[in-house]
Write a protein that binds this ligand. Sequence first.
Ligand code: AMP
Length: 282
Amino acid sequence: MEMMVRRIEEVRERIRYARKKGKVIGFVPTMGYLHKGHISLIRRAKEECDFVVVSIFVNPTQFGPSEDYNRYPRDIERDKKILQDEKVDLLFVPEVSEIYPEGYKTFVNVEKYSEILEGKFRPGHFRGVCTIVLKLLNIVQPDKSYFGWKDAQQLIIIKKMVEDLNIPVEIVGCETIREDDGLACSSRNVYLNREQREKALCLYKALKRIEEMIKKENVNDCEKLIAEGEKVIKKEGGVELQYLEIVRISDLLPVEKIEKDVIVLGAIKIGDVRLIDNLRIE
Ligand code: AMP
């Protein structure tokens, strides 16, 4: 049977059939151009569920007007081959008009959480993310849905939306997958030329330096920790630091002293390329 479908109605029909057979449905939403990070989510879903659905949709409503929607990397044929090898049961690749038909009006927003950190630099981004994720969850109606810690704020916001709106799904957070040198895998890494690729590592280095100060040097003053992290990034040169903050995992609020379950989040820009990363300190 064809694994790739483009219409919502086809997804519903295939899910109805799987459900009738008593299958546990797992769902991994993506924007495609798949890499090791996506594959780790898919493998986790395959381990825990009987019927795994992956979606590929570059969601226009989560990109700002000056962002990279048009040049975002796309290669459906390559992705499809990867997903066939992973034995994914269903691939949903809708057209934009299938998701946002003319006259579309409804958006979902998790207040406060969406306005800080990434939200400050990408206004409206999480409104677009929450809207597409809620729509996809309503279309697929999975038992479990898998998201990466790579996009930590997104994961925390989606968990909050699911709780607040009583959506009957379990959200599973999966560890960040990195290249050998530590750079977090991302579809956007293809934008980097060789020199930028080397510079890109400075964010991870800053996060690791902060972790080392907390764990080995017992520093718990966040101002001091951030100042040291900023130094690591400034030393690199040619890198714009957009933010580097330490917040609580539970509600994304900033902390002055290190406490239980915090996360260090950062974003940098190298030329036109914007990269994010984070480390949890649990
Ligand atoms: P994207 O296609 O970038 O929207 O990502 C789809 C899903 O894969 C999201 O839940 C991301 O958090 C997750 N993801 C992206 N990169 C990684 C990574 N390096 N490690 C783990 N998960 C990732």
